[in-house]
Design a protein around this ligand. Structure first.
Ligand SMILES: C[S@@+](CC[C@H](N)C(=O)[O-])C[C@H]1O[C@@H](n2cnc3c(N)ncnc32)[C@H](O)[C@@H]1O
Length: 250
């Protein structure tokens, strides 16, 4: 228990320390490829949500607010109105950058930001969220089962869960090994130089190795009444999009 708490504290502190350079390092390391993945995540979520417009979108592990901006931009693009977007993250450093980037949205109250962990969404009422997203955040959550339980609790029946994540491979093929070389050897050096924090960028491939495979994640969600509707791997399955819907009888 104490070990888990220490591990989570260290992860949050690591994000605090890289927060000022996070966006620029991310842009260089991902070469902007993630924009298309995020756009498809929003498009598919709106499709599975149906005709209505979502009143509450919750972005857990919102970090510096990138996914929130994607929700806003794509809601316009796919002609969906939304009530508000709530962002939650336990790193004050990451939230500080988000507050600066989302100044106008915060003023107009279309966006709200809170400090908090995925396993403890206490300020969100049960069955109050239409769409819940977590982009590249779940790997960092130490108490993952508790967090998934919270997602199922706050989602409305018929609500949509969107997970974008670097999931662990079931079996590695040649292309996976090449990608593994990039994430394990190249990325920590470039990320380390940009952020002056090699350990933080070494943590990324290590955390993928320690994470669940897509099928393990799907099984956990199924137990909680969230049925998987759409799964897609991108760039030799380095990133996976999973879309689930909370069942009506839960
Ligand atoms: C790689 S960043 C992703 C940020 C953002 N979602 C994006 O798409 O750019 C991971 C985020 O997970 C957050 N995080 C770490 N532990 C967490 C936890 N237990 N619950 C929720 N978020 C967590 C970090 O603070 C960080 O902002």
């Amino acid at each position: 228990m104490r070990k888990k708490m220490d591990k989570q504290k260290q992860i949050i502190e690591m994000f605090d320390s890289i927060a000022p350079t996070y966006d620029s390092a991310n842009r260089i390391l991902s070469l902007g490829i993630d924009v298309a993945w995020r756009k498809e995540a929003c498009k598919k979520a709106f499709e599975y949500f149906g005709e209505d417009s979502p009143s509450v979108i919750l972005d857990v592990a919102c970090g510096t607010g990138d996914m929130i901006l994607h929700w806003e931009r794509n809601a316009k693009k796919f002609q969906k109105d939304f009530g508000k977007i709530i962002g939650i993250d336990p790193s004050n450093g990451m939230l500080e950058v988000a507050r600066e980037k989302l100044k106008n949205q915060l003023e107009s109250r279309k966006v709200e930001l809170f400090l908090g962990e995925a396993k403890n969404l206490t300020n969100i009422e049960k069955q109050s969220v239409d769409i819940l997203s977590i982009a590249y955040g779940l790997r960092n959550v130490v108490d993952i089962k508790e967090a998934l339980g919270e997602f199922a609790r706050v989602l409305k029946k018929g609500g949509v869960l969107v997970i974008l994540e670097f999931t662990k491979k079931e079996k590695e093929n040649f292309l996976d090994k090449m990608m593994g070389f990039y994430t394990k050897k190249v990325l920590p050096i470039i990320g380390g130089l940009l952020s002056k924090n090699y350990r933080a960028y070494k943590y990324l491939p290590d955390s993928i190795d320690g994470f669940l495979t897509s099928s393990m994640l799907i099984e956990e969600l199924n137990k909680l009444g969230v049925q998987m509707k759409f799964i897609k791997g991108y760039s030799a399955n380095i990133s996976t999009l999973l879309i689930g819907v909370k069942q009506q009888n839960e």
